[in-house]
Write a protein that binds this ligand. Structure first.
Ligand code: NZQ
Ligand code: ZN
Length: 387
């Protein structure tokens, strides 16, 4: 196992009908900016419940944060927050609203060009923690894990840029499965696949004898395989949705990722596909991940074999056959919940793969995977296989 530090300060409030407890978690004299997306929280009544729970605090609102939140939109919210001396942010929505709000929290007191905040990738941005406005979250979409991590992804000038800072962990996150019952089934399927791929990108690398992390990862994946199809088909099945919600949070709150290598190749290629072709985040992952594995089988062989046996109960055939069966079962699982696994099914022409390669190059994505050996030529191979 590799050395690690682990600290996660987010207070989770899990369960149904607990929004009134907001009052105990936000200072009584706070000046709160509620942020939300394109209107689902207005239509389904969540915003009203949140405002009621905030009582007589001074509250401002900023709606209209789009999926894959854009820098320019977020800067409008920054202006609202600055004009009104906001000192607490409350994100009500999915990963895009949570991520956007994290960016806003960093930008409000930042005294340089705010686009600089997008330059640092997975390295924490150089901002003093006491200059970051605290934020809380009411999650309405189980997928990204943003509710309990210190990352955000912001769209800017044709790219998607990760942002990281220890002070953007939400101070609290309300996870009420009932608030997600209104999701369209495709968004639920997106959530199942996003969470599954988050687990795999911290698991399918090479063995470091991290037994707790491996078995937790396998437990989350087996849970998603069991409840994924149920929660897509039965939107108001509380127990299935509760298990999806905690799986998605557990997949990317850092716990299974301590002391192990990562491979974010699928996400980095996927981000370019979203930015170029406007394909939902998780749908890019469903198309790219199987090809990442087929191309990188030699470097991932031992963990893929472990995955085949412990997650899919595959015990027959040669080692290579077991690995291929596990990849095929993973693809079938993505399709079973309703996602496409080929890029051409998203209407992408083969010639457009050149644009993806150019974007990877422009964004410095030229040494991906746990080995750093995935250069543009290997990314092209992955994309051609995923097409
Ligand atoms: O905008 P509204 O009207 O709210 O509608 C949203 C949006 O259209 C809708 N929705 C959300 N909750 C709903 C609902 N509709 C009905 N009922 C509800 N309860 O769902 C649509 C998609 O929302 P979005 O927030 O974009 O989806 P998701 O949670 O999948 O977030 C995707 C974003 O997260 C980033 C992605 O790159 C993408 O920008 N990620 C963030 C990560 C992180 N912070 O750690 C990691 C992930 O890998 C990912 O990259
Ligand atoms: Zn993701």
């Amino acid at each position: 196992m590799q050395n690690f530090n682990y600290r996660n300060p987010t207070h989770i409030v899990f369960g149904q009908d607990r929004i009134e407890e907001l009052a105990t978690l936000i200072p009584a004299n706070a000046r709160v900016l509620i942020t939300y997306g394109g209107g689902s929280v207005v239509r389904f009544g969540t915003l009203d419940k949140v405002k009621a729970a905030l009582g007589d605090r001074t509250v401002f609102e900023f709606g209209g944060i789009e999926a894959n939140p854009k820098f320019d939109t977020l800067m409008q919210a920054v202006s609202v927050a600055r004009d009104n001396q906001v000192d607490f942010l409350l994100a009500v929505g999915g990963g895009s609203v949570m991520d956007g709000t994290k960016f806003i929290s960093l930008a409000i007191q930042y005294d340089q060009d705010e686009a600089n905040l997008l330059k640092y990738g997975f390295t924490p941005v150089p901002v003093e923690s006491d200059k970051v406005i605290p934020l809380g979250v009411i999650a309405t979409l189980p997928a990204t894990g943003s509710e309990m991590n210190a990352f955000a992804v912001v769209s800017y000038q044709g790219g998607k840029f990760p942002v990281n800072h220890p002070a953007i962990y939400p101070t609290f996150a309300f996870l009420d499965p009932k608030l997600t019952f209104s999701l369209p089934s495709i968004q639920v399927a997106n959530g199942v696949v996003d969470a599954f791929v988050h687990v795999l990108e911290q698991y399918a690398t090479y063995p470091v004898d991290a037994r707790v992390q491996d078995r937790m990862a396998e437990g989350i994946m087996r849970t998603l395989i069991e409840i994924g199809p149920i929660t897509v088909a039965e939107p108001t099945n509380y127990e299935a949705r509760a298990n999806l919600m905690w799986s998605a949070t557990s997949a990317l709150n850092g716990m299974i990722g301590v002391g192990v290598p990562f491979d974010w190749t699928t996400h980095m290629i996927g981000h370019e596909l979203t930015a170029l072709f406007n394909i939902d985040h998780a749908q890019t992952l469903a198309a790219v991940l199987p090809s990442v594995w087929r191309v990188l089988t030699p470097q991932k062989h031992a963990k893929l074999l472990q995955y085949a046996e412990r997650v899919w109960d595959i015990t027959e055939g040669s080692d290579d056959e077991r690995v291929e069966q596990a990849i095929a079962k993973t693809e079938a699982f993505f399709q079973q919940v309703g996602l496409k696994t080929c890029l051409r099914d998203h209407g992408i022409e083969k010639s457009q793969l050149d644009d993806v390669i150019k974007a990877l190059e422009a964004h410095g994505m030229t040494a991906l995977s746990e080995t750093g050996k995935v250069d543009l030529a290997i990314s092209r191979q992955i994309l051609e296989m995923a097409w």
